[in-house]
Design a protein around this ligand. Structure first.
Ligand SMILES: Nc1ncnc2c1ncn2[C@@H]1O[C@H](COP(=O)(O)OP(=O)(O)OP(=O)(O)O)[C@@H](O)[C@H]1O
Length: 229
């Protein structure tokens, strides 16, 4: 797919796929186009060319809500929670956000899955970064998505939290057979987590393969360490 914004070419013939039961790491230096690619996949930006296929169906012309209903979920780098609501009220709002409504039981299941242990009476705005991420992720998981797009889920977390996050993502992939794409700009964080890695630089795919193979690639090292691409 290709994407132009404000007269600038942001993505050039970028192609990628992820299968159920697989974590695809999406890496690249600042401004490479990673977040823009998520916007195209989730339906906020419309690409000038190319198609988005979800679980065998062409969703290129479908909006964000229809893609969500078909099983696409997306998290943002900044975990913005509704600060006027408690954790329980946030879950309730997510359960009722669109049809089919979800039960309280499903919200409790999702909270357990992400190991969100805070009292539901706590204001969502009082949670730390990791608990906010868990809350938002649980709100998505209660709808049983097939594909999960995560924009820098490890940013702002300490090492033990990153280990817990990795375990959770592997559980979602290995036991619940989600397809997960994770944006991360620190190469080393994807080594343990990702099955495959795609590297973007200046809007183009410059490498793809196993984490080890990609990290050894001279073009990737040049893009990262010399900033030349
Ligand atoms: N709405 C927009 N209009 C014009 N240009 C945009 C828009 N959104 C993003 N860009 C530009 O597109 C390029 C890619 O940005 P994007 O945020 O997708 O990169 P990224 O790889 O996610 O970077 P980072 O790691 O810094 O988040 C940047 O040069 C950015 O300035």
């Amino acid at each position: 797919m290709s994407l132009a914004l404000g007269g600038r070419q942001i993505l050039k013939d970028v192609g990628l796929h992820v299968s159920r039961g697989e974590v695809l790491g999406l890496i690249g230096p600042n401004g490479a186009g990673k977040t823009s690619l998520f916007e195209v996949l989730s339906g906020r930006y419309v690409a000038q060319s190319g198609r988005v296929v979800l679980d065998g169906s062409d969703v290129t012309r479908q909006d964000i809500v229809r893609r969500s209903r078909r099983g696409l979920a997306r998290t943002f780098q900044s975990p913005v929670v509704p600060s006027a609501l408690t954790v329980g009220e946030t879950f309730r709002a997510a359960r009722m956000a669109y049809l089919p409504f979800r039960s309280r039981h499903e919200a409790e299941w999702a909270a357990r899955l992400v190991n969100l242990t805070v009292p539901w009476s706590r204001p969502a705005g009082s949670l730390d970064t990791f608990d906010r991420r868990k809350l938002l992720l649980a709100c998505l998981l209660m709808r049983r998505p097939k594909v999960l797009l995560m924009d820098e889920p490890a940013s702002g977390l300490i090492n033990t939290e990153i280990d817990e996050l990795d375990l959770l993502l592997r559980t979602l992939v290995d036991e619940y057979h989600l397809a997960v794409i994770v944006i991360e700009h620190r190469l080393e964080l994807l080594e343990a987590l990702a099955d495959r890695v795609t590297v973007l630089n200046l809007g183009e795919v410059i490498a793809e393969g196993t984490p080890q193979g990609v990290f050894a690639d001279p073009a990737v090292r040049a893009a990262y360490f010399e900033g030349t691409g």
